[in-house]
Design a protein around this ligand. Structure first.
Ligand code: RIB
Length: 308
């Protein structure tokens, strides 16, 4: 791979508390689970870790509390090679996520409490404007406030930085915000929230992608789990297959792996289509492992399954 240009990620770190069980408990019920794990998570942090493991230069803008989970964040980034552009708020706490993983399928359901990161505001990203302007690629999600993501996308767009929005968790967004994005990367449910169109096949994904293009995005990349990813621009529509590397253990963080891989490949000069394929390869490896940040592969592991 060619030398990478710098990537800046805005997002959230939380500690993932993951419970594997045959099914989720009903209201008022207690059930015995199969296993528990505590580890680093949060969509933005996971994406930054994925990018760093793949060998690209990455800075992460966020906010932490001043507590044991913040120590976990700093250790995770130091080990992966993520440059911290993070502030601490000792009046608040570092967030956490409850993750239920279904034993049979590895599929998940999540409640995330971003803690201190819920107060990342417009002024916080304006204070990091020079960092964003100096990047080749800027990527964010929606775990911190939407208006903060919007302002950061504006700063990036004004400076000619390539912008990627991973609109997760799903939220309705106005066309003015979508028009700030060179790429948007929703999954099926996030696409439905953005467009009102139920996505359950590549054909319905294409219809929804067209709505996103009408709203002003440069390219819509709709991730479809085992069915791969649909890449749609005004000129092109391609369904890229998922990578089936080995038995699926846990799908949590697969979207983050995809986004981290996609951003890294763009930063290395891949065509957007090849970058989508590279993202699919990174996600295909991540789902064969437990955890989120801890499931992100390194460059050698991806190159063993991917050739552009
Ligand atoms: O995308 C997976 C992530 O979503 C988890 O790490 C969890 O923290 C939630 O933010």
């Amino acid at each position: 791979m060619a030398e990478s240009k710098a990537i800046v990620v805005l997002g959230v770190f939380v500690a993932d508390t993951t419970y594997r069980a045959e099914r989720p408990p009903r209201m008022g019920e207690t059930i015995i689970g199969k296993s528990f794990a505590l580890g680093p998570g949060g969509k933005g942090s996971n994406q930054a870790v994925a990018i760093a493991r793949l060998g690209a230069k990455v800075s992460f803008i966020s906010k932490l509390g001043d507590d044991a989970f913040a120590d976990m964040a700093l250790k995770t980034w130091a080990e992966a090679g993520v440059v911290s552009a993070v502030t601490k708020d000792s009046e608040s706490y570092t967030g956490a996520a409850y993750i239920f993983v279904e034993e049979a399928s590895g599929n998940n359901a999540i409640i995330v409490c971003p803690g201190a990161a819920t107060t990342i505001g417009v002024a916080d990203v304006e204070a990091k404007a020079d960092l964003i302007r100096a990047a080749a690629i800027f990527i964010t999600q929606l775990e911190q406030p939407i208006e903060t993501a919007r302002r950061a996308l504006e700063i990036a767009r004004e400076a000619g930085v390539t912008t990627i929005l991973n609109p997760a968790p799903g939220a309705p967004l106005d066309a003015a915000m979508l028009a700030l994005c060179d790429y948007v990367t929703p999954n099926e449910t996030e696409t439905e929230i953005l467009t009102g169109i139920k996505v359950d096949s590549p054909d319905s994904a294409q219809v929804a992608a067209d709505v996103l293009l009408e709203k002003g995005v440069g390219a819509a990349i709709i991730t479809l789990g085992e069915a791969g990813a649909l890449y749609r621009t005004a000129e092109c529509c391609e369904l890229l297959p998922a990578f089936h590397v080995a038995q699926v253990v846990e799908t949590t963080g697969a979207g983050d792996a995809f986004n981290g891989g996609f951003a890294t490949a763009l930063a290395r000069g891949f065509t957007p289509l090849d970058a989508v394929m590279f993202g699919c390869a990174v996600a295909g490896i991540s789902v064969t492992r437990a955890g989120t940040a801890s499931s992100m592969p390194n460059l050698g592991e991806v190159e063993a399954v991917f050739t552009a």
